[in-house]
Design a protein around this ligand. Structure first.
Ligand SMILES: NC(=O)c1ccc[n+]([C@@H]2O[C@H](COP(=O)([O-])OP(=O)(O)OC[C@H]3O[C@@H](n4cnc5c(N)ncnc54)[C@H](O)[C@@H]3O)[C@@H](O)[C@H]2O)c1
Length: 250
């Protein structure tokens, strides 16, 4: 399969290696210094595009892929307020788009078990729940897209929580925090050097604490998942999330 890489940063470089190892060919690489090469004509040389750039550039990149009729696997996070618009454009333009806050198999298993755990814990309202995420300092969005997906899995299942609230915690002196209302689900976002990504769901009560945690050791899992997604999406039309690809029904 011929792949166009949109974004050749930390993720783009690992995706290139894994794609080549799986027998694919990279026919286009777009990064900040050759944006002029992102044209419909150039994109049409590829069977699929994989997009890991920035929240500021992702919407335009998806538009160009839809215009070119090239399926695009979107890894960039931090744009999910625009999902409804992007879905409309994709369906009207007969495009193929998949997005995921996290392409790793392990995290997608975590998402599924998080939902099951939340369903169980809904029966025990004396546990309070919060989400913690830790990432590297360069991460532009906060909370992480993965933490938002985890929070949504809790909000869908725990009746006592109605919306999430993010508190960003860095090495800087802590900013004063507003007290939370009981129905608000706290996401604590920590930024520490060189951490690929850790997410923890904590249910705390007076008698005990349950911690459910995923730690990424490196970025290879995200990259492999993105290549698997491109293989899955290449002959399809429509708007998908990674959940359409992974089937964890038990
Ligand atoms: N969904 C997932 O599984 C997953 C996993 C890891 C990272 N991410 C997300 O992927 C994105 C990229 O992460 P990264 O670690 O590779 O970041 P990075 O900063 O290392 O790389 C981003 C690259 O995009 C380039 N770029 C900027 N504007 C561009 C444009 N208009 N067109 C093409 N390239 C452009 C930059 O020059 C840079 O090289 C982030 O949003 C991150 O949160 C998602």
């Amino acid at each position: 399969m011929k792949i166009a890489l949109l974004g050749y940063g930390k993720m783009g470089k690992i995706i290139e290696k894994i794609a080549i190892d799986r027998g694919h060919e990279i026919v286009l690489k777009i990064d900040y210094d050759n944006l002029h090469e992102l044209t419909v004509e150039n994109l049409q040389k590829a069977d699929a595009a994989i997009e890991f750039t920035t929240p500021a550039s992702v919407l335009h990149n998806i538009d160009v892929c839809i215009a070119a009729g090239v399926p695009v696997v979107v890894g960039t996070t931090g744009w999910y307020d625009h999902i409804a618009d992007v879905k409309d454009k994709c369906l009207q333009g007969n495009g193929a788009v998949m997005y995921a806050s996290n392409y790793s198999v392990g995290v997608n298993v975590f998402f599924k078990v998080n939902q099951l755990l939340a369903k169980i814990m809904n029966n025990y309202p004396y546990y309070d729940v919060q989400v913690e995420e830790i990432h590297h300092m360069q991460k532009l969005d906060s909370p992480s897209g993965t933490a938002i997906t985890i929070a949504e899995g809790i909000l869908d299942n725990v009746a006592g929580k109605s919306n999430w609230t993010n508190v960003l915690i860095t090495d800087n002196p802590e900013t004063p925090q507003e007290p939370l209302k009981p129905e608000q689900l706290l996401i604590e976002s920590h930024r520490i050097d060189s951490v690929p990504g850790t997410h923890t769901v904590i249910y705390d009560s007076e008698v005990d604490t349950i911690e459910f945690k995923h730690t990424a050791h490196n970025r290879n899992g995200f990259a492999l998942g993105a290549v698997l997604a491109a293989e899955w999406l290449q002959h399809k039309k429509g708007f998908y999330t990674v959940h359409d690809m992974f089937n964890f029904d038990i």
